[in-house]
Ligand binder design. Structure first.
Ligand code: PLP
Length: 423
């Protein structure tokens, strides 16, 4: 086997957890050890593992329809999911296009934005994006990314794009509000010169997750909307990580009160069960694709498993459960508890910064060896808590439905692990 984002030479030396089963906020390895899933199985889990309602929805769907293509056919789970997504989306996002995972949603959004502009008679081949951004691992998504470690190797084979600084990387003593203004000014300067060539601005709203949970002020998101309107660019927000309640609101753009032209979502959409993602679009974008077949304005894009009925059924059950359990309000409460409990962590020796929006947390630790972040996560693992680092940033991203007691278990174990490694 060859694992994702894994240096195999180290992997074969380490002793990996072999996961056997999972229930609620925990999973168990084949030796019977229990771990709290502190990163929601890479930011996807919502209600906990093997939730009876989601399990039952998938089982019921399996008895009825496994899979048929969405090319030339449609089905109830797909229709129902589109309706529910659009109902929760910022006002004005009225169309749902399904894809397979976060990267493929971003890929679809990039092509959609380019084609919509082209079919309106605009020649705009450039995407404007942000340093430290991450949008997935396929080439279009990598092209609008900005993390050198992951992306630099592929520069020669990537799209030619325009990039500005990250609004989440502050000068010493700088406020997030000032930093937002500074990056917006940088964008404006670039757009003054190249604006007529820019197809879309692509951002992760509020939190640049894989960049190390770099957070920015909501005024940045508002400012990007304004710049897009002024310069005729489309606004693409990638809510694959921030969407579906993660930030304490259904969508991160809800904190800014704006509607983008295109919004990508994935990860938590199926409650962390099955791959599925979506691009939500405005009517204006959708209408740019309408015409006779001979005009070839069609969006020639799709996948074998687009809108897979099992995934769609899981997603419908997830959104229903989120409504009945008031999961987003619960997540906001989890976020507040994390803020309270992480105050003490921020004071620990060796902690550089704690960054947080809602249930998304990055604890940056000082580097005291080759893999300090990894060492902290290993120490947490010995305490029965599973978390994963991004370099020297320890990520906490629990399932939204985590209880108050389990949240404390998570923060205490990580605080003790930091003490072990950085004492
Ligand atoms: C903001 C963002 N976009 C896209 C992706 C890619 O999603 P996937 O791993 O499902 O392809 C991620 C994954 O972490 C992400 O955080």
């Amino acid at each position: 086997m060859w694992h994702p984002f894994t240096q195999q030479s180290k992997w074969v030396e380490d002793s990996p957890i072999v996961v056997d089963r999972a229930q609620g906020m925990y999973f168990w390895d084949t030796d019977g050890n229990r771990y709290l899933d502190g990163v929601s199985s890479l930011w996807v889990n919502v209600h906990g593992h093997c939730h009876p309602v989601i399990n039952e929805a998938i089982r019921r769907q399996l008895e009825r329809l496994d899979h048929t293509t969405f090319l030339g056919l449609t089905h109830e789970p797909g229709i129902e999911l589109a309706e529910k997504l659009v109902a929760t989306a910022p006002l004005g996002l009225t169309r749902a296009f399904f894809a397979g995972d976060g990267s493929s949603a971003v890929e679809a959004a990039i092509k959609m934005a380019y084609q919509a502009q082209a079919q309106r008679g605009e020649n705009r081949p450039y995407f404007l994006h942000i340093a430290q951004g991450y949008h997935g691992d396929t080439l279009g998504a990598v092209s609008v990314g900005g993390i050198d470690l992951f992306h630099q190797t592929y520069r020669p084979i990537m799209l030619d794009t325009l990039m500005v600084s990250s609004p989440g990387v502050l000068d010493p003593g700088q406020s997030r509000l000032d930093r937002a203004g500074q990056v917006l000014a940088e964008m404006r300067e670039l757009l003054n010169r190249r604006g007529s060539e820019v197809c879309a601005i692509v951002i992760e709203p509020l939190v640049q997750g894989a960049g190390g949970m770099l957070t920015h002020d909501a005024s940045f998101v508002v400012g990007v909307r304004d710049l897009c309107d002024e310069f005729g660019a489309l606004m693409v927000v990638d809510e694959v990580a921030t969407g579906i309640g993660r930030t304490g609101k259904m969508w991160a753009v809800d904190h800014a009160g704006i509607t983008p032209d295109l919004l990508t979502c994935g990860k938590g959409i199926t409650a962390g069960y099955l791959p599925l993602s979506a691009v939500l679009a405005t009517d204006a974008v959708y209408e740019a694709f309408l015409g006779t077949p001979a005009q070839a304005r069609t969006f020639f894009h799709g996948h074998s498993y687009t809108a897979n009925p099992l995934s769609a059924a899981a997603a419908v059950a997830n959104l229903d459960l989120m409504e009945s359990d008031q999961t987003v309000a619960h997540a906001a409460g989890v976020g507040e508890q994390l803020t309270r409990e992480l105050k003490a962590v921020a004071e620990l020796d060796g902690v550089v910064e704690v960054r947080q929006v809602g249930t998304m947390v990055g604890i940056e630790v000082a580097s005291v060896g080759e893999r300090t972040g990894f060492a902290v996560c290993q120490a947490a693992r010995e305490r029965g808590v599973w978390v994963r680092p991004l370099g020297d940033v320890v990520i906490l991203m629990p399932p939204l439905a985590i209880s108050s007691e389990q949240t404390t278990t998570l923060t205490s174990a990580v605080a003790e692990a930091i003490g072990d490694v950085l004492r």
